[in-house]
Design a protein around this ligand. Structure first.
Ligand code: ADP
Ligand code: MG
Length: 394
């Protein structure tokens, strides 16, 4: 069933519940240190305002675990939203539901925006409690979900309340995520290359399994590569390896072979005796000297991966190629980011660290889609149906 987008709803005069992702970072004095997520929701909120609707924004913030935590109040987020919107009153309620919230909503004037108090101050949010869901739904006549980052969680504000909201739609940000990631799951322009790296094979099993059935080439880097190299009998020294996943790695190698998917593993690595080393040296990826760790892909591997990526028409990338947080081990990730950008392919990057690596490399503008939802993007790419998306259908 199709999902409507917010601009397909009739919103004039309606109160519109907007589930947004305002889970922003705060400093020790509860100031918002990065308002990217607030700004990302602006197109949807501004559309609702422009259509004559009354936006009631709601999000969780941090992990209050069902209790009121003063340091996780929405007040500073409301201030950031007011700044970002400019010229609109932003009214923050002192509870997510209840008489206070109802009163603030009832008193809204045209152009006002309400921001409900932290949804996770009430344990019933994460419990997907129906009474709580009904209370949330009773605040509005329409429902819009723009919080892709929590779409993999079946909570009252992402799933439960939708059953009580006949007028429902995805916000612009959510729709872009669904369309961009969804495009990778359908008929794509080939070659389709998946670039996977990062910390652990075990975090990405579903993604690997799902992509093996779809891609032309699987390009592996990061610590994950060591587990594959070790599974093939390579000596990876003191590198990070998941010993208990060697069978899984062998199984994935076999699956790739039988599916005709080319599997690229590093041939050389930048190695050092620890993460804090001032510099690294180059060694064969399958013959890392004793006591040394492979912390980045080496120069020959960089070239090979770059060639592969430049020839691609569709790219999905998750997981840095090395310990990109440290300058001596960032080259692999920077060079792949450049290649993805230069390829001209339809490119999607997902995953918390991968997204920050791409931003750090300065290539973000040249990537077709940067997915905002870390866990949600990976679950989607693992082939899962995300409850928050399924609930918007029909
Ligand atoms: P994402 O958040 O994009 O899904 P991950 O969380 O899986 O990515 O992986 C990111 C982490 O993997 C980074 O902190 C990075 O330092 C680490 N990493 C990458 N390559 C290596 C390596 N060769 N050895 C140790 N850690 C690595
Ligand atoms: Mg991560």
């Amino acid at each position: 069933m199709a999902i409507k987008r917010v601009d397909q709803l009739d919103l004039a005069g309606k109160r519109v519940f907007c589930r947004v992702d305002f889970n922003v970072p705060l400093d020790e004095r509860q100031r918002v240190t990065d308002d990217t997520r607030v700004r990302a929701a602006l197109p949807t909120i501004e559309y609702v305002l422009g259509a004559g609707g009354y936006p009631i924004c709601a999000s969780h913030l941090g992990r209050p675990k069902g209790k009121i935590v003063p340091g996780l109040r929405m007040e500073p987020v409301g201030a950031a939203l007011a700044d970002a919107l400019g010229g609109h009153r932003v009214l923050v309620t002192d509870e997510p539901v209840g008489d206070g919230a109802r009163k603030v909503v009832a008193d809204m004037r045209e152009g006002d925006v309400v921001l409900l108090e932290n949804l996770r101050f009430d344990a019933r949010e994460q419990g997907n409690d129906d009474a709580f869901a009904k209370e949330l739904a009773s605040l509005a006549e329409a429902y819009v979900n723009d919080a892709f980052g929590t779409a993999h969680r079946a909570h009252a504000s992402t799933v439960g309340m939708i059953a009580h909201c006949p007028h429902r739609a995805a916000g612009f940000l959510m729709m872009k995520e669904v369309e961009s990631l969804g495009r990778l799951m359908g008929e794509v322009e080939r070659p389709f290359v998946a670039l996977l790296g990062g910390a652990k094979v075990s975090d990405k099993i579903a993604v690997l399994e799902n992509l093996i059935r779809r891609v032309d080439a699987l390009v592996i880097g990061g610590a994950m590569a060591n587990t594959f190299l070790r599974a093939q009998g390579g000596d990876v020294g003191a590198s990070r390896v998941e010993e208990e996943r060697l069978d899984l790695a062998r199984d994935l190698i076999a699956k790739a072979r039988s599916a005709g998917v080319e599997l690229l593993l590093p041939v050389d690595a930048v190695v050092a005796d620890g993460l804090d080393a001032a510099s690294g040296s180059v060694a064969p990826a399958n013959a890392v000297p004793a006591g040394m760790m492979a912390l980045d892909i080496g120069p020959q591997t960089r070239e090979a991966y770059r060639d592969r990526l430049l020839g691609a028409k569709t790219i999905f990338w998750n997981g840095p190629m090395g310990v990109f947080e440290k300058a001596p081990f960032a080259q692999g990730t920077i060079s792949t980011a450049r290649a993805v950008a230069e390829s001209g392919a339809f490119s999607v990057v997902g995953g918390g660290d991968s997204v920050s690596a791409v931003k750090k490399s300065g290539m973000a503008e040249r990537i077709s889609h940067i997915s905002t939802g870390g866990g949600a993007s990976l679950e989607f790419m693992g082939g899962a149906t995300l409850p928050g998306i399924a609930a918007l259908e029909g």
